[in-house]
Design a protein around this ligand. Sequence first.
Ligand SMILES: Cc1cc2nc3c(=O)[nH]c(=O)nc-3n(C[C@H](O)[C@H](O)[C@H](O)COP(=O)(O)OP(=O)(O)OC[C@H]3O[C@@H](n4cnc5c(N)ncnc54)[C@H](O)[C@@H]3O)c2cc1C
Length: 324
Amino acid sequence: MSAFVFLVEHDRGAIAETTLGGLRAAREVAAAARLDLHAAIPGTSGDALADEVATHGPAGIHLLHHELLDDYGPDAWAAGASQLADSLGATAVAATGTDRGNEVLAHLAAVRDEAMVANCLTVSVGADAWEMTRVRWGGSLHERSSLTGDLKLLTFAPHAREPEPVGAGDASTATFTPTLDAVHATTVVRDRTETAAGVTLATAPVVVSGGRGVGSAEGFAPLEALAARLGGVVGCSRVVTNNGWRPHSDQVGQTGTVVAPDLYIACGISGAVQHWVGMMNAKHVLAINTDAQAPMVTKADWAVVGDLETIVPAILAEIDRRHG
Ligand SMILES: Cc1cc2nc3c(=O)[nH]c(=O)nc-3n(C[C@H](O)[C@H](O)[C@H](O)COP(=O)(O)OP(=O)(O)OC[C@H]3O[C@@H](n4cnc5c(N)ncnc54)[C@H](O)[C@@H]3O)c2cc1C
């Protein structure tokens, strides 16, 4: 039986939230394809995860040991997975479709000159091709793809499957030492900075978000004041981050943070689909916009059609008046 390699994602030993769900999806696809499932855990800091991973059904667990694998680096992780795949004669390599999982598999695909399908929801194994449905555009589109080739490379959409342990099993555990050098250290995570203790954009009950209509970095001051009054945080659209008015960590949307606050106040944001998919789960949406036909206005629970430079200070003044 040939092998199916699944890359276990972790950060210095802290397992990524969605990796075991991806491992379950890999187990199901490997069974359908009659492939042995092997789990690859990069870096010695991941060794301690072997027992937990073993309960999710792989036939083999491979501890990838090399100093370049101890911290995340897409080149090194991809090379490690590639060399392990060769040593096992693998015909498929997968990971969960997180930022890192997709990045590593994309590197692997580039190095091996193979196709890769990201964020699969379902995979149907055929004799020659695998047919998959995959998530695109932040979930607003499901696309059918077909994967052929000797080495099939894919990621599973986060939460496409939830973890399902199947008992301790009889997985063998072995160390694998790939050959890596400076060329694989182009990008390596070296340090981490804890940010945003307390309320974060992803968890805030209120998000006051600004778009192109805010006009400048300085224009966000009234939005900051409103967020502070409401116990929330400031978010923004991609136009704002592209213009350098706010950091990317504030961006809401398909290529930013997905939020689901009780109240989302969209100031000068048109409501493009890539923004909408990042905040469509907000319980209530208030749009402030000069254009009554803007999608954000027509879809919002409430809208104020007018200039945010007038409306936001008026809301602040009313809050202050009511609170004496
Ligand atoms: C692959 C891809 C990924 C993307 N990912 C994201 C993402 O994650 N997040 C994201 O936001 N976008 C994303 N985008 C960009 C997205 O398509 C839109 O271009 C962007 O969301 C528009 O930002 P905006 O609403 O601020 O600007 P605009 O679309 O220019 O809208 C500005 C709005 O402000 C209003 N306005 C102007 N002046 C005022 C005023 N004084 N008072 C009140 N209203 C005013 C206008 O009527 C208008 O509705 C992505 C695009 C692509 C192609």
